[in-house]
Write a protein that binds this ligand. Structure first.
Ligand SMILES: Nc1ncnc2c1ncn2[C@@H]1O[C@H](COP(=O)(O)OP(=O)(O)OP(=O)(O)O)[C@@H](O)[C@H]1O
Length: 224
């Protein structure tokens, strides 16, 4: 990508369901996300945090409005183009880790590269695991690791292909306090230091000190 990462959300609305069962998950949202910036999206349950992350991460297309990234406009793209956008430019970290249980930490990372038709030498994979504090754990499978360690494998996997945009949805929710703070610190360090763009959804106020700003959502709108 030639330009610095950015995402512009312009009057975006998103709904689920039809007629009386229709829920407005996002209602005319405007927001800007810049390179080197760590944004936390907070707000009560059902306020639209995951919906916003899904729309800017190319997981869902908005009903109205535009999402314009430094890699081009993604609103209105078809499913295939969105999948290509995500593979090429995005890294995701989810609450439930989403690792392959049958694969070691190193194999989980190699699998993520294979899905992108990329290959890196084993030493690059080991270096990525070292960078998240997992030296010597490359051969372990998820069921041999703690929650914090699994989440750090997920962070390493999300960053391995050097994505411009990194999205995390409640990445610390299933972790103890100490591991949760370490994961937030790590994401901040690895992403922001390299001038990437990090958006993290969380209710957890303890993560606030790591962020450059906190957007607060209510009823599908950004309220502060
Ligand atoms: N797949 C879906 N089908 C129907 N309604 C949905 C779906 N996903 C979200 N919604 C609804 O859209 C609204 C916003 O949901 P969203 O998951 O974005 O909120 P959230 O702030 O992330 O909530 P939480 O903190 O509980 O994860 C809610 O009313 C929710 O019930």
């Amino acid at each position: 990508m030639s330009s610095a990462p950015s995402i512009s959300v312009r009057g975006v609305s998103l709904s689920f369901g039809k007629s009386r069962a229709r829920t407005m998950a996002l209602q005319g949202v405007f927001a800007e996300f810049q390179a080197g910036q760590f944004t936390i999206v907070g707000g009560p349950s059902g306020s639209g945090k995951t919906s916003l992350l899904s729309v800017i991460g190319g997981l869902l297309s908005p009903d109205e409005g535009a999402v314009v990234t430094s890699a081009g406009e993604i609103s209105g793209m078809d499913k295939g183009a969105l999948a290509a956008f995500r593979r090429q430019h995005c890294g995701f970290v989810f609450q439930g880790f989403r690792l392959f249980d049958a694969l070691s930490a190193a194999e989980n990372l190699a699998m993520s590269l294979a899905l992108r038709q990329m290959h890196l030498p084993r030493r690059a994979i080991d270096a990525a695991l070292d960078a998240v504090g997992l030296s010597g754990k490359a051969r372990l499978r998820p069921n041999e690791m703690s929650g914090g360690e699994k989440q750090r494998v997920a962070v390493a996997r999300a960053l391995l292909h050097e994505p411009a945009y990194v999205f995390a949805d409640e990445p610390t929710a299933s972790l103890d306090r100490e591991s949760g703070l370490r994961v937030a610190e790590l994401l901040r360090d690895l992403v922001v230091r390299k001038g990437r763009l990090l958006v993290l959804v969380s209710h957890d106020e303890r993560l606030t000190p790591f962020a450059d700003r906190v957007l607060s959502m209510e009823d599908g709108r950004i309220v502060s």
